[in-house]
Design a protein around this ligand. Structure first.
Ligand code: SF4
Length: 700
């Protein structure tokens, strides 16, 4: 007889939108996941990934349920089930041995992001071993925005107050695919009569909704540029220098650089100036070699227009007093390695605002880590532990990443299922999913702490990141291979209580509602302060100036325009990657039948004239190569006038579980197979170009 159905209030964290969720459980199994209309941030918005992909990744047959040890050659596909004790003992033995032979710096970690607990947990595990080396994917997603936000002093994250705005300025963002919460709010704003201005080379659904759509040439967004005199005088540093720089970009020059008519630029400026106005940015201006300065241009606009932390503007990230974020944990002196060790973080010498002790999340510069794995420079990097990240797919230059992983002395992966990264590991560990683990997080720019509930017991023997890390630390301690214990919490509950600290929020109230609200005061600049060297919003960045970098936002021509004419001739088109799809999140869910039914193939959006010139028909398979990549990528042509002439637009993250391993199609249908991770890099974050790339197209 089947039991009663119960409902658990939770938060989906399959992506950083973090929607409030209601999880229905019967007989110890999740039977439904849906939106929580009471959640103050998401207000009932939700997406198909939360509804379908989250339960499926928990219960699907291909779920990893037991630890596996490689049998035979690396990547040959032979695996034996082993106990947790055997898996963790082997990991501890190998890590201790390599640490003794090459030193702690030879060990590294990799996670998808620093926004969730697994980022802090893997970083603190590596620090416990004495290594500051851990990798995050934000050099490819969100990192340029975060560093610009930090050095300018705004602290707005990605939050935009669409519900009270008179003008929404969306740049390189299509919330219809990426963020159901923001998409719902944008539609409400439109109904209220707010002006919507979209800057995007692609005619997205947001562009369809817009009052004014500006279509710049890819990579020229920073060329588009009344201020609040009192606010600037009191809170901004470097206004005169910024004004002088801006004077060199009159609307006519911006029009010439971007291809957007000067009258449209002036109209957009007038709409934004009317205020209150909010700026919402997306992947479209992140992750490229001028990403931070492009963001700085928009962030300075937010600062001087007086739209910071006012209703209808851009709210600042605030937290309940006493609450600790994962970012706080990473920078807390109690959890740090000696400064001389952290200075050796790979990439800290070249990108100190990204990597190492003064870096945004203290993580490494990933392309330099891959280089170190392959060459032993600046020092050998011989072991990697990757959790919840599929770097063989998500890092540019797939062939090189695979070669680097293949050459490691030891490689362990924690995952929900087999994928092109796990397939190259020595040990594969089964991770819990967001239905099986407890997580708390701050929703940036809102007055809300979110709670993800362990709604059901883990499938098989899956364990959480913290349980895995704790098991390893105990074993490494017994082997004398620790520099310290930076994860002193016995379980997730103790860890989460530590994060809540002496805030007024407790786990019990979080468990009851799935979230907890806290008082949020707008415009309390004097109390909150600006975390910059001058204590003001830095239009002129003192941190950039001290590093010999341009302290003011500037325009850098897109990659294609910097290439020699011979390269432009051989690669006459422009490639934009990173377009979001509703069915997938980065490389996730490619194994799920429903998602593959909706989105069966990687799509390349091509303008009809470009397609005709290349004899490409709708639905044809085509091959794309870039001027700097070593490989190619096959995709299916979708011919549409939403794409600009001679600009090819695609997503990322494709692989096919049914293709031959260990790559499972990652060298074939994955756009990263056609890209380079070798620079040019953003001078501040080290981000590579993932758009504006010279490329060519042929029928496959
Ligand atoms: S947008 Fe979708 S995947 Fe992301 S948190 Fe919300 S429901 Fe989950």
């Amino acid at each position: 007889m089947s039991g009663l159905e119960t409902t658990v209030a939770s938060t989906c964290w399959e992506c950083s939108t973090a929607c409030g969720a209601l999880v229905s459980v019967r007989d110890g199994k999740v039977v439904k996941v849906g939106p929580n209309a009471a959640h103050p941030h998401s207000r009932g918005a939700f997406c198909v990934k939360g509804i379908r992909a989250l339960p499926e990744s928990t219960y699907q047959d291909s779920r990893l349920r037991y630890p596996l040890r490689r049998i035979g050659a690396r990547g040959a596909g032979g695996w034996a089930r082993v106990s947790w004790d055997a898996a963790l003992d082997e990991m501890a033995d190998r890590l201790a041995e390599l640490r003794a032979r090459h030193g702690p710096l030879a060990l590294a970690g990799a996670v998808s992001g620093a926004y969730f607990s697994r980022g802090a947990i893997v970083a603190l595990l590596l620090r416990s071993l004495g290594s500051p080396n851990w990798m995050i994917n934000q050099d490819l997603c969100g990192g340029c925005r975060a560093v610009s936000d930090l050095i300018t002093g705004l602290a707005i994250g990605g939050a935009a107050d669409l519900d009270h705005t008179n003008c929404a300025l969306l740049v390189g963002r299509n919330p219809a695919a990426a963020d159901p919460v923001q998409w719902s709010a944008l539609k409400r704003a439109k109904q209220r009569g707010a002006a919507i201005v979209v800057i995007d080379p692609l005619r997205t659904q947001a562009a369809d909704l817009a009052d004014l759509w500006l279509r710049p040439r890819p990579g020229t967004d920073a060329a588009i540029g009344r201020y609040d005199k009192d606010f600037v005088a009191r809170w901004c540093h470097g206004f005169d220098a910024l004004a002088a720089r801006a004077a060199s970009f009159p609307a006519e020059r911006a029009a010439e650089l971007s291809g957007v008519p000067a009258a449209d630029i002036e109209r957009a400026a007038a709409l934004y100036a009317a205020g209150p106005s909010t700026f919402a940015s997306g992947h479209g201006i992140d992750a490229f070699s001028a990403g931070v300065q492009t963001f700085r241009a928009f962030h300075c606009l937010v600062a001087i227009s007086g739209n910071l932390d006012r209703a209808g503007g851009n709210r600042r990230v605030k937290r309940p007093r006493g609450f600790r974020t994962y970012h706080d944990l990473l920078h807390d002196p109690a959890f740090r390695l000696p400064i001389e060790v952290e200075r050796q973080t790979i990439g800290a010498d070249r990108f100190p605002l990204w990597a190492g002790p003064d870096g945004w999340q203290t993580a490494c510069h990933n392309p330099s880590v891959i280089y170190a794995m392959l060459t032993g420079k600046p020092y050998p990097l011989r072991a990697l532990y990757a959790s919840g990240v599929n770097i063989a797919v998500t890092y540019p230059d797939t062939r090189r990443t695979v070669e680097a992983l293949r050459g490691l002395d030891f490689f362990a992966v924690a995952a929900h299922g087999m994928n092109p990264t796990a397939a190259l590991a020595d040990i594969v560990l089964p991770k819990t999913t967001a239905l099986e683990e407890e997580e708390i997080s701050l929703a940036p720019g809102t007055c809300c702490v979110n709670y993800t509930a362990p709604a059901v017991a883990p499938q098989g023997e899956a364990r959480s990141d913290l349980a895995i890390a704790r098991g390893l630390i105990d074993r490494l301690q017994a082997r004398g291979a620790l520099a310290g214990d930076f994860l002193p919490w016995p379980d997730q509950r103790a860890f989460n209580r530590y994060l809540l600290g002496d805030s007024a929020i407790d786990l019990e109230s979080l468990r009851a509602a799935g979230y907890a609200e806290f008082p949020y005061e707008l415009g309390n600049f004097a109390a909150q302060g600006f975390k910059t060297p001058t204590g003001k919003l830095e239009l002129w960045s003192e941190r950039l100036a001290a590093l010999g970098l341009d302290p003011l936002p500037d325009y850098a021509p897109p990659r294609r325009e910097r290439e020699p004419a011979a390269v432009r001739e051989r690669f006459p088109l422009i490639l934009q990657t990173g377009l979001r799809e509703k069915t997938y999140h980065h490389s996730r869910f490619r194994e799920q039948a429903w998602a593959r039914k909706v989105s069966p193939d990687p799509l390349l959006h091509i303008h009809p004239e470009t397609a005709a010139r290349h004899f490409v028909g709708d639905g044809d398979w085509v091959t794309v190569e870039t001027s700097s990549g070593q490989g190619a990528c096959r995709m299916r042509a979708e011919i549409t006038d939403r794409a600009p002439l001679d600009v090819l637009i695609t997503g990322m993250g494709w692989w096919r579980p049914e293709a031959a391993g260990p790559e499972f199609g990652a060298l074939d249908v994955n756009v990263n197979a056609a890209l380079s991770y070798g620079g040019p890099w953003d001078p501040i974050t080290g981000s590579p170009d993932s758009r504006g790339l010279p490329c060519r197209l042929r029928r496959a």
